[in-house]
Every structure is written in C-alpha cells, then in structure tokens.
Design a protein around this ligand. Structure first.
Ligand code: GLU
Length: 322
C-alpha cells in the first residue's frame, strides 16, 4: 500500500476546483413536500472543508443558513451516545440500513423489533425520545441545540417559518411516531418527541458550520475550531458507521460505491461528509435527486474526494502534511 503526502495547498486547490466544476451543474428539484423548502433560491451553492488543525476552506454560499433537516439526525444520535453510550443506541434503535425511503412506514412494519437506525425518520424520532432529561421538553431542546453548538463551534438558529411549515404538514411523521409507540420504541411522551424532531429539522445551519461538525467527528470528538473535546473518541467510529450505512437514503450503496466517503444528506440540500482522521467536508445546494440528495453537493464532494484519492476504501491513503 503506498502512502502519499498531500499538502494543505493541494487540499485548497482541490476544494476550489470541485466548487468550480460543480457550480453550473443543472438538474434536481427543491424538496416540494415541505412548502418552505420549495421556495428557497435553487441557485445557492456552497462548499466547505475543515481540517483538524482548524483551517477552513470556504467557496460560494457557505454562510447561508438553510434547513438542516435530516442532517440533524447525526448530532442527535451523537447526543444520545454522549448521554447513554453507543450500546444504548444499538439496543433501543438499531444500526441497520432499511433500503427504503427515509420516511418509510413499510420499513417499520418489516422490522417491528427496531426502528433500524437513528438516521431515518423513525429512528430519529426515537432518538429524540431518548434525549435526557426525560419528560422536560425545554431541557431536552436545550440539550439538542447545545450539542449542535458544541459540534459546530457556533450556534444553529431555528427557522420559525420552516418549523411552522413542517409542523403543519408532518402527517406521515405523526403516523410513524404512533406506530413506534405501539412497538415500545418511543421512550418519552410521543407528541413531545415528534415536536423535538420536527424542531431540530427546522434549525438553520451553514455549510461552514456543518463542515466543522464533520471535522469534529473526523477528529475523534475534538472540535478543530474551539479545540474542545466534545465527545469520547469511541463515538466517532460508531456515528461514522451509521452515516456510511444509511446517510444517502436508499441510494447509500450507490453513493459509497461512487464517492468513497461516508456522508449524510438532508432534504434542505445539505451534505455532511466525514473522512476519519483526515477532515470534514460539507456542501449545500437545494435541488435534490429522486431520493432526496442534493445534486450539486454530491457532485462537489465526489470531485474533491476523487481528486485527492481520499475515499475511505482507496488504497492510496494519503497523509496530510501540516
Ligand atoms: N423533516 C424532514 C422529514 O421529516 C426531514 C427529511 C430529510 O431531510 O430526510 O420529512
């Protein structure tokens, strides 16, 4: 196995090239089932890379606050692991791919033992129900947002209009919550757990913040911007394995095969990618493919990883020189 050295200049050049190459790509449509998301400017596009030494390379609209949506499932799964350990997530929720859409009720019926993984809607609602302290919505919400602030090094901001828009239209998620309750997989009040999930999906976040979160995961729990240890390093491989298994909905296998990077996407157009021990990357562009993954963000992340042979399955395994 050959080990090549790559410099920070090469990383910067690859990020810029990936941004330029992807910025004019057409295709995809904004998420239409959530009215707020349907109306976001489809031309917004940003790419951000954060290194473990705190260096950040930002291109395009990396300071625009978009709906974090499903990417919020990652920090809340981390929070539950911080509070109760990785085994509690495996036991109460599971770590398996469903192979079905993120909001599938069929997936729950097929696996009535577990909601499968905290990174699809069912498991994420279940994860919100596990957040401590039990029974106290305000305190749970504070734990959820403080955890995201820890991971990003700066606070997310609730987009009220998105929260309203989702709360008024989340009928499918209401069905999921009550079905899970029937299977004893909701560990707190049902409407409260669903509301926390809906609220966390409605948080505004920037691509730059998401790349800091990704870099914190890649660095074994140390936030490269604040230098603080946010979580025990045993959590990193656990959350990254969940991301690799199901991060791109029912296209996760295709994504991993073609890109080589564990990444989580959300219907707000965000993608968070983790290269363990190496760096964090995030991209954002609203138009999505048929599974709900941002078309441009996928292209940019793929181009970056490919250029430097950074894929986790790539035998080149480059070492970053500092
Ligand atoms: N809030 C969205 C939902 O529950 C999130 C979906 C997603 O990003 O996958 O439908």
């Amino acid at each position: 196995m050959k080990n090549t050295i790559i410099t920070k200049d090469q990383i910067q050049a690859a990020a810029q090239a990936a941004y330029e190459k992807s910025k004019d790509i057409k295709g995809g449509v904004n998420a239409h089932y959530i009215p707020y998301l349907a109306n976001i400017n489809p031309d917004l596009f940003g790419l951000s890379v954060t290194l473990p030494d705190g260096t950040v390379y930002n291109y395009g609209d990396t300071e625009y606050k978009f709906g974090i949506e499903s990417v919020s499932k990652v920090p809340t799964a981390i929070l539950v692991m911080r509070q109760q350990g990785p085994e509690a997530v495996l036991k109460n929720i599971g770590a398996d791919a469903t192979g079905l859409p993120f909001n599938s009720i069929y997936a729950i019926l097929l696996e009535n033992d577990h909601p499968s993984t905290p990174l699809v809607n069912a498991g994420a609602i279940s994860a919100c129900s596990m957040v401590l302290p039990a029974g106290d919505s305000d305190a749970k919400w504070k734990a959820i947002t403080d955890n995201i602030t820890d991971l990003c090094g700066s606070a997310p901001e609730l987009i009220d209009e998105l929260y309203k828009s989702e709360s008024e239209t989340n009928f499918n998620n209401r069905a999921i919550s009550w079905l899970l309750k029937d299977y004893n997989r909701i560990y707190d009040d049902v409407p409260m757990s669903l509301d926390l999930y809906t609220r966390q999906c409605s948080l505004g976040i920037t691509a730059s913040q998401l790349s800091a979160m990704a870099a914190t995961i890649a660095s074994g729990g140390i936030n490269p911007l604040t230098k603080k240890r946010i979580f025990d390093e045993v959590i990193s491989p656990k959350i990254t394995s969940l991301i690799a298994t199901v991060g791109f909905y029912q296209h996760t296998g295709d994504w991993l095969y073609t890109s080589g990077i564990p990444a989580k996407s959300g219907v707000g157009g965000g993608v968070l990618g983790v290269l363990p021990g190496k760096l964090g990357i995030a991209a954002f562009a609203p138009p999505l493919d048929d599974a709900g993954n941002s078309v441009k963000a996928q292209a940019a992340v793929k181009a970056f990883v490919e250029k430097l042979h950074l894929g986790v399955f790539d035998t080149v395994n480059p070492v970053i020189q500092y």
